[in-house]
Write a new protein. Structure first.
Length: 1259
């Protein structure tokens, strides 16, 4: 984009959108009628006429400005002689506002309003007024820009104009953003330099017809359409660039490897390690090119006022922009030449060597441009064909719709957008192959570093609320100190799963904005002031950790790009942005003194049981014996070394970074520190306890295992760590990237920890944890974060973050919305609150922006007792519990033995061949009718929720737990499994699955045995939008996605289908995206059914339950819709017969009948709830059924026909009290003793049908 007067900040518009408008490629909004002209009018003629008139107005205005008395602002002249006439040329009719508008008890004196566009705000100040700085002596309380920005953030206006006659800015509501977002035209430059093309764009973009006609119809305006297209365009460009970069890397690698001048590269590239090293060097090469594209297009190669002659030489002969122009012409991309690569290397040397760069006035940057950053590639050669093709891929983006190639404007792309492009590369591993031809081939294959670890790139609109409810409080406190600038720079902020650094960038900008404001006195500091401030913030305040070394590199590049100041080297970041596993390692020195835990020697898959038992015994004896003899602490000598390390780190952190020499000295000091004997000794000692979790307990590896007695000698200084066992522990620590916080950031941990930790930590739960990280990792975290289960990775991050922040610090993060549910909540938030922290802000469920089908939660945790306002889903509340509601934190509900065994998990097969289509099933049964015993209909959760008849559409080959000899006569089904399941199972790591390949992974024999004694049962989909138990035949099989209620009693159905049970389930069970994830252990086994209700009530509950199910089933049949769609109608407050007919395509009679049936089902449901309420002995008038906005569901789907919110809270409290009373009764009866539990379980398993009638669920 070559329009010198135009400045774009933020994402209000993008360069490619402006280009399409300027080139006439965009028709929408650019026809004569769109401007309010007649259809025959030519817009170009209108622009030319306006240009001529505007120049005349400008000349008159300037002559008057030149005669202004000293100290005059020129407001009157600017308004009357210049801006009002100019806006008239643009279709406005601005009226002077009589007085300001009061909003939230503050006065906003906006000077003008466009009355024909619903009082569109236009604020005009004087020629001598700064838009970004308030007047020193008198006038408005804020700068013009800040005043208008705050005004539109607080009102329904989406856009506004602000000007001082020099600059004209279009502002957009940015209430969720901290970064500046506006479009500016430099009027002074346009008219003094006669930039007609720029004026034409001003006309096309800021004409009155572009702006909203009504405040509540702003989304329909042309300018908002352009804004939304700009956002979509940015997304498309990111996606396109991400693919282009991957191709570039593969082509560059092949180009280097195949070039005849690079034999040494080929010789050294012979394994995965070398492939990964080559990949890292290629990434740094791409990062270098990216960095140069950005600073060149942003005009940041030279500082303001630099020698134009040197600038011209650079642009014509050395810039990467020159190579981008060559890449546009295919005839330059010749295979036999390599001068383009030589030219690029020469450019690199300008930023690398002081002697080379100073000739052109360019200072070395260090960091990314350090002499060894791209390794051996610096000594290689690359053909013009490969390099220019790569540059062309990086420079142009093909629009998916128009197929036109658009030049990527790197100057306008946000650093976060670069991060999203390149973060995708972190999911790949490099592979090198050498086919028979002898030609090396380089490929990027999907790896397991990020996607399988559950991490996600974070959109900015999710980050800003976190900053508001964490860092903003810290900033406010720092501004009260005697030296607020120094106080701001004393903040310590981290992201311990930092990825591309997006969240750290947002934090750096937020602190940097405040710092730049203090330094300049301007409400909206200039980009130059902002860059300088952000650079200082990054140098002093920002820290990051990530498990992936490529992510660490990318984070550094993002921070460098954001804070580059012409003439200054890149910040030294190696000591602030580090690679490691943030949740595996020790936080404090005292944790070393806990010794080696017994849990480290538990027998895991692959271990030798006898060896593990012997090691446990040895460790136990060591812990018992040695604790009586030696105090468990660091020796004085080792403690002294640790203290010296802390002092050295403090000195290192304070070293300046203003010149290349200072940066190199800091790098040297850091490397000396990292490689010192003292640091290595402490890292060795810290590695030993944790490494034992990862050591195989086998005969071959027995000598590598360290137990308590030897570890104590190392810790207390009686023996130096050396030999095979300590070397093995150190190797494991290095491979698994243990991260000991008191050693990695010693000065911070000594002072209590970070002030704030932000992030979007990875989330991964259940079996995926052991599958991704291993059983050894799982055993370690169960010890480290005890008491805990293996609910989800996020729980461990929450616990670790809370431990590394200081008292009165904040932890603010984005996470899966299951953080508030079930075991994840217990393992994470509940433990943190138990230790005295407070949740001060939460959004329970918000959809991930864009197309990703993901619902997340936002929250901020204060380490201490919060005394400020609590914000829950944008509402002020009195407290926030670990459930992310406003209830008082209460004890957990207890499991009730009376309920156990009634709500059961269904079958899990492990092997797709177990499930067959009806045609195959019928063929097998026809072949041998006895096969009907093992080929049975099976229903899954999708069919249960979506099929009107709720009948299975597939069959399962099921042999229970029978031996091979018992089933071998079923030759057809067995042969099928042998072909389709056995090969798959043979690759399993689980011995039983390999050997018993004909048996389901979870055959659930108990379930099907129990069902034999029942007339029918009830089934519920494990993941469901609406709670819906359905009557099912007992000869069906059920997939793992279904929970089965082992009962054929309608009174039972009434209870579990009631709203009373549903609200309990939604509070204590989990969620998947926006759906209920029904967990029997959390919400059924704990649910206190009503007792002692009498026969009459029992009959009433049975009758209404059966009637409710009959009505619901009839609705589904008549409308031919499933359970989910039925309940969507049930909860639709705007439902009508016409709507039913339109949505489901049924005739008028059916739609009218269906509408009436929905109303009747609502009445029956309310009556059923009232009966259930009465069964508990509660006043049924307590319930108030109506359409409610329920706060536990996401914002876009919260309306339900249900009971009142206050009633829901009251019922939950009563049920919890009842649960505890029942549990106390069972405990008093001895039912929760281990032996008693076994007796109860055995007795229940032997029950007959007659016994079932006397079950504990008898009310």
């Amino acid at each position: 984009m070559t329009y010198p007067s135009i400045r774009i900040e933020g994402s209000i518009l993008t360069g490619d959108i402006i280009e399409t408008i300027a080139n006439g490629d965009r028709q929408d909004g650019q026809r004569a009628q769109d401007y309010g002209f007649e259809g025959t009018t030519k817009i170009k003629d209108e622009i030319a006429d306006a240009w001529a008139s505007a120049r005349a107005f400008w000349t008159t205005y300037q002559s008057r400005i030149d005669r202004l008395r000293e100290g005059a602002s020129g407001v009157t002249e600017t308004r009357n002689l210049w801006i009002t006439p100019l806006l008239g040329l643009l279709g406005y009719n601005p009226e002077l506002a009589g007085k300001g508008e009061v909003v939230n008890q503050k006065n906003y004196a906006i000077s003008h309003r466009e009355v024909t566009r619903d009082s569109f705000p236009i604020h005009v100040m004087g020629w001598h007024d700064s838009l970004d700085k308030k007047r020193q002596d008198s006038g408005p309380r804020m700068s013009p820009h800040a005043l208008v920005q705050e005004y539109i953030n607080l009102t329904e206006h989406l856009y506004a104009l602000v000007t001082n006659g020099r600059q004209l800015r279009l502002l957009r509501d940015s209430s969720r953003l901290i970064k500046l977002s506006f479009l500016e035209f430099d009027l002074e430059r346009i008219f003094n330099e006669e930039l007609f093309a720029d004026f034409a764009l001003l006309f096309r973009l800021l004409h009155a017809s572009r702006m909203p006609v009504k405040q509540d119809a702003a989304n329909e305006s042309i300018i908002e359409r352009y804004h939304q297209d700009a956002l979509d365009s940015g997304s498309r460009i990111r996606d396109g660039l991400s693919k282009a970069v991957k191709i570039c890397i593969e082509e560059l690698a092949s180009g280097f490897l195949s070039h005849e001048s690079n034999p040494s590269l080929r010789q050294s590239s012979n394994g995965d390690k070398q492939a990964q090293e080559l990949y890292q060097n290629l990434l740094r090469l791409i990062y270098r090119m990216l960095f140069l594209m950005v600073i060149e297009e942003r005009g940041l190669v030279y500082p303001l006022g630099a020698d134009n002659r040197l600038r011209s030489i650079y642009e014509r002969y050395y810039s990467i922009g020159r190579l981008r122009k060559l890449a546009e012409k295919p005839h330059f991309a010749e295979e036999k030449y390599h001068d383009a690569w030589d030219s690029l290397c020469a450019t690199f040397r300008l930023y690398q060597n002081p002697e080379t760069g100073e000739k052109l006035g360019i200072a070395p940057l260090g960091g990314l441009f350090h002499h060894d950053a791209i390794g051996t590639l610096a000594e290689c050669r690359l053909s013009n064909a490969v390099l220019l093709t790569a540059i062309r891929r990086l420079s142009y983006f093909q629009h998916p719709d128009s197929k036109q190639y658009l030049r990527v404007n790197y100057g306008a792309l946000n650093v976060e957008e670069f991060g999203s492009v390149y973060e995708g590369l972190l999911e790949y591993d490099a592979k090198l192959t050498e086919p028979a031809t002898g030609k090396f081939e380089f490929h990027l294959v999907e790896g397991e570093d990020r996607s399988s670890s559950g991490s996600h790139y974070t959109p900015d609109e999710l980050v800003q609320p976190l900053l508001k409810h964490s860092i903003d409080y810290l900033i406010a406190d720092k501004l009260k100190e005697a030296d607020p600038q120094a106080a701001l720079l004393s903040l310590r902020v981290a992201d311990i799963a930092c990825g591309s650094g997006h969240i750290l960038l947002a934090a750096a900008r937020r602190i940097g904005m405040e710092l730049a404001t203090l330094r300049t006195g301007e409400d909206q500091p200039s980009p130059t002031a902002m860059r300088a401030a952000v650079r200082d913030v990054i140098q002093n305040c920002i820290y990051g950790v990530d498990l992936n070394p490529l992510a660490v590199e990318l984070c550094k590049v993002a921070l460098w790009l954001e804070a580059h100041v012409p003439g200054q080297p890149l910040n030294f970041l190696d000591h602030h942005i580090k690679c490691g596993n943030a949740i595996v390692g020790f936080v404090n020195q005292q944790e070393l003194e806990k010794g080696i835990p017994m849990e480290a020697f538990k027998t895991l898959p692959g271990d030798d049981k006898e060896v593990a038992a012997a090691l446990r015994k040895r460790n136990k004896e060591g812990r018992a014996e040695d604790r009586r003899q030696v105090k468990m602490e660091l020796s004085p000598e080792t403690q002294k070394k640790l203290d010296e390390i802390r002092q050295r780190w403090q000195v290192l952190s304070g070293l300046p970074e203003t010149t290349p020499t200072e940066i190199e000295e800091k790098r040297k000091q850091f490397r000396q520190y990292s490689a010192s004997e003292d640091a290595f000794l402490l890292q060795q000692i810290a590695a030993i306890p944790i490494a034992q979790f990862y050591q195989p307990k086998t005969l071959e590896n027995k000598t590598c295992v360290i137990t308590e007695q030897d570890y104590r000698k190392y810790l207390t200084g009686h023996q130096t760590p050396q030999g095979q066992s300590t070397a093995s522990a150190w190797a494991i620590a290095h491979r698994k990237k243990f991260f000991h916080w008191f050693l990695e950031f010693p000065h911070i941990m000594r002072n209590g920890g970070f002030d704030c930790v932000l992030g979007n930590p990875p989330y991964l739960g259940g079996q995926a944890l052991s599958g991704t990280y291993g059983h050894d990792f799982c055993q370690y975290v169960k010890w480290e974060y005890a008491p805990t289960g293996l609910s989800d990775l996020i729980a461990f991050f929450v616990r670790r973050i809370n431990k590394i922040i200081n008292t009165n610090g904040f932890a603010a993060f984005i996470t899966t919305n299951s953080i508030k549910d079930g075991d994840v909540r217990k393992d994470g938030l509940e433990r943190v609150l138990e230790r005295g922290s407070s949740i001060n802000f939460a959004v329970r469920g918000i959809k991930w922006p864009g197309t990703a089908n993901l619902v997340v939660s936002l929250l901020s945790i204060f380490k201490g007792q919060w005394t400020g306002k609590y914000s829950l889903d944008s509402k002020t509340v009195t407290t926030i519990s670990s459930f992310l509601d406003d209830s008082i934190e209460a004890p957990e509900p207890k499991n009730l033995l009376a309920n156990s065994g009634y709500l059961m998990n269904a079958s899990e097969w492990n092997g797709d061949g177990f499930i067959v289509e009806p045609e195959k099933a019928n063929s097998l049964i026809k072949e041998d009718p006895s096969n009907s015993k093992c080929v049975r209909p099976i229903i899954n959760g999708d069919t249960l929720n979506s099929a009107p008849d709720q009948k299975p559409d597939r069959y399962a080959i099921y042999f229970g737990t029978s031996s091979y000899d018992e089933i071998k006569h079923h030759t057809g089904p067995l042969s099928w499994l042998e072909q389709t399941v056995k090969p798959y199972r043979s690759k399993s790591k689980v011995k039983k699955l390999r050997e018993d390949w004909w048996i389901f992974k979870r055959p659930t024999i108990d379930l099907y045995d129990k069902l034999k004694s029942l007339k029918f049962c009830f089934a519920l989909s494990r993941h469901t939008k609406h709670l819906g138990f359905s009557k099912m035949p007992t000869d069906f099989m059920f997939s793992e996605a279904i929970k089965v209620f082992v009962s054929d009693r309608w009174d039972h159905f009434s209870i579990v289908q009631s709203t009373i049970h549903e609200i309990w389930a939604r509070k204590y069970s989990g969620a998947l995206k926006q759906d209920l994830r029904y967990s029997p252990s959390s919400c059924f086994d704990t649910f206190p059914f009503p007792h002692g209700i009498g026969e009459a009530m029992d009959i009433s509950l049975s009758e209404i339950g059966e009637e409710y199910h009959r009505q619901r089933k009839g609705l589904m049949t008549d409308l031919q819709i499933g359970l989910t769609k039925t309940y969507n109608l049930f909860h639709d407050p705007n439902l009508s017969a016409e709507k039913i007919g339109k949505v489901y395509g049924v005739d008028q009679e059916t739609s009218i009948s269906g509408y009436k049936d929905i109303l009747e089902l609502r009445r029956t449901h309310a009556n059923m709830d009232q009966l259930v309420c009465a069964a508990y002995g509660w006043d049924k008038r307590l319930l108030e059924h109506e359409f409610q906005e329920v706060d536990f569901l996401p914002e876009n789907d919260r309306i339900r026909y249900t009971i009142h919110t206050d009633v829901r809270k009251e019922i939950l409290d009563r049920l919890l009290t009842l649960n505890h009373e029942r549990h106390a009764e069972e405990k008093a009866a001895g039912l929760h003793d281990k032996k008693a539990k076994k007796k109860v379980a055995k007795k229940r398993s032997l029950k007959s049908k007659a016994d079932e009638k006397q079950s504990s669920l008898k009310f």
